[in-house]
Design a protein around this ligand. Structure first.
Ligand SMILES: Cc1cc2nc3c(=O)[nH]c(=O)nc-3n(C[C@H](O)[C@H](O)[C@H](O)COP(=O)(O)OP(=O)(O)OC[C@H]3O[C@@H](n4cnc5c(N)ncnc54)[C@H](O)[C@@H]3O)c2cc1C
Length: 509
């Protein structure tokens, strides 16, 4: 029967960094990282802009980075967490450098620090425009050499198992689908780390890859863990417009920091009407401004204008963006780049304390699936890779201290559905997924969000999904779709609660 001391679900920056740290501290513990596709298939590998860290004290300071983060979060951040993350950043950066992660330097040998929206200083370390890929590859290289860690690719976790004794609930294992052998299995464990990333795939336009379906949120909610702030989904203002393509290619915030302008169909800049910082305002402000401009225009997009920038320098800083644009017939040196806002980042998630611990003491959540209190209503650009590192570090230190309290459960569970039905119902679920994306996008982006109508539509989709599967059998697309439905319901519910709170506080004025 399968067992591991620590089960890590997800192979992005947070899961890998956690594994690296705890494996080094505790060579006596066994670790399994499960990931539903190949290990590299993560949000992390797509991160372009980089990681925000205060690396010099002449013009920058922790206080300024803290202030920028609090301002972006619009009064909803936890100040102690903001302080902890930003002050720990240099130490976590050193650990990335120690494993050989490369960030760009200028001719003087100093960090080539990027500027992004909402930051009052240049403080973004980057590896050209493929910072996430560089970090992911270096972490994977280390993990593959670490003897007490195994990576199980193409293993999709379906649900967590919990046991309650004397009013104390612990997480004792997980059911997962082994894609290669087409079996559903159970693994016992003493500690579980959810590092499953975000839920961008719930929306029509998103920058998130296909794996971002909110699985961690659905599993945690099912286990009875608190989920918060799911009403704050961050839209990135500059995804490359490509009709119905999913995901959309991201044009990094750093391009605006580099001097690009956003213009409307008349080739006029319009952002200063909405915020004095223009192109350097935070993402929520720019996304809303673009949506308004699109509503008042004959086009489904606006444009990013890079034509006035130095072409050689642009290409050197953004080789991936330049070559992607060229591959679809757009030359940033000569052409306007069509852009739209797209769902990009989940600011809320599984509620955790400063150690990444959830309301179940041996269940942790780190990275994008966690709600730590850092981002508030709106994440400051390039703060999420940093958050993932800091919370992975905190969780590793805490697991080291507490794991001795948790022993393997003697219960060995047999999955009710040992095999997954290998039908070709992918098409039916692809249509259902599109309908779900339509419902959530229409609900989330409308001015008067009708939560009851959205709930009804989701219920109907759920009934259709259940009718697609034969009794006593489950299918692969059903597993993922049911997580998406569960996460969608949480978003709608939390939007509704926020709306009610707002109405109540207006009534009290
Ligand atoms: C295009 C793009 C650009 C970005 N640029 C930046 C940037 O410049 N700076 C920045 O700070 N942030 C950026 N972000 C955000 C940042 O990349 C993510 O927040 C971060 O990488 C999330 O890391 P993670 O470890 O939480 O999860 P991820 O990297 O998303 O990894 C999630 C993992 O969980 C696995 N998983 C999910 N569900 C299951 C399941 N049921 N069973 C098994 N495995 C599962 C997935 O397969 C994957 O391995 C960007 C995001 C995108 C999409």
């Amino acid at each position: 029967m399968l067992k591991t001391d620590i089960l890590i679900i997800g192979s992005g920056i947070s899961g890998l960094f956690f594994a690296m740290k705890i494996a080094k501290k505790r060579p006596d513990l066994s670790l399994v990282i499960m990931t539903k596709e190949t290990a590299k298939n993560t949000n992390t590998r797509f991160a372009q802009g980089g990681i925000a860290v205060v690396t010099e004290n002449l013009t920058d300071s922790f206080a300024q980075h803290i202030n920028d983060t609090l301002q972006a979060g619009d009064g909803h951040c936890d100040e102690n967490i903001v302080k902890m993350v930003i002050e720990q950043a240099p130490a976590r950066l050193r650990e990335l450098l120690e494993i050989g992660t490369l960030f760009d330097k200028n001719e003087k040998g100093q960090w080539d620090l990027g500027l992004e929206g909402g930051h009052s200083q240049h403080r973004i370390l980057h590896h050209k425009d493929s910072s996430g890929l560089e970090i992911e590859e270096k972490l994977l290289k280390i993990i593959k050499k670490t003897p007490n860690v195994e990576i199980w690719e193409n293993h999709q976790v379906i649900d967590l198992n919990t046991e309650t004794k004397k009013d104390k609930t612990t997480c004792t294992g997980a059911f997962f689908y082994d894609k290669k052998h087409n079996r559903i299995k159970y693994i016992r464990t003493r500690t579980v780390i959810l590092s499953t990333g975000g839920c961008g795939q719930l929306f029509e336009n998103t920058t998130n890859p296909k794996i971002a379906t909110g699985d961690g949120i659905a599993m945690a909610a099912h286990a009875g863990v608190a989920i918060e702030d799911m009403q704050y989904i961050q839209f990135h203002p500059t995804a490359l417009y490509a009709g119905k393509e999913n995901p959309l290619f991201l044009i990094s915030e750093a391009v605006r920091g580099f001097g690009a302008h956003i213009v409307n169909e008349d080739q006029k800049r319009f952002l200063f009407k909405y915020d004095l910082r223009g192109e350097l305002a935070t993402r929520d402000i720019i996304s809303r401004a673009i949506s308004k401009e699109i509503q008042n225009s004959s086009k489904n997009h606006v444009y990013l204008d890079c034509r006035h920038l130095d072409a050689d320098s642009f290409h050197a800083h953004f080789p991936v963006i330049t070559s992607h644009c060229k591959s679809v017939g757009i030359d940033p040196e000569k052409d306007l780049i069509p852009i739209v806002p797209a769902a990009h980042y989940q600011c809320g998630g599984i509620k955790v304390d400063q150690n990444g611990s959830t309301t179940i003491p041996n269940l942790y959540a780190i990275g994008e699936c966690a709600r730590t209190g850092l981002h508030g209503k709106n994440r400051l650009a390039s703060n999420s890779l940093l958050e993932a590192l800091v919370f992975a570090h905190q969780a590793a230190a805490n697991v080291d201290k507490t794991i001795s309290k948790f022993i393997f459960s003697t219960k060995i569970l047999i999955p009710k559905f040992p095999k997954v039905q290998q039908t070709n119902d992918y098409y039916a679920f692809a249509i259902l997924k599109q309908e779900l994306q339509n419902v959530i996008t229409a609900f989330y982006t409308s001015n008067d969000r009708d939560a009851d109508l959205a709930f009804e539509k989701i219920k109907m989709l759920n009934n259709t999904a259940i009718s697609q599967i034969e009794a006593h059998e489950i299918t692969i697309p059903f597993i993922e779709f049911s997580n998406m439905l569960a996460t969608a319901l949480i978003i709608i519910k939390q939007c509704k609660e926020e709306n009610n709170n707002r109405t109540r506080s207006r009534a009290n004025i």
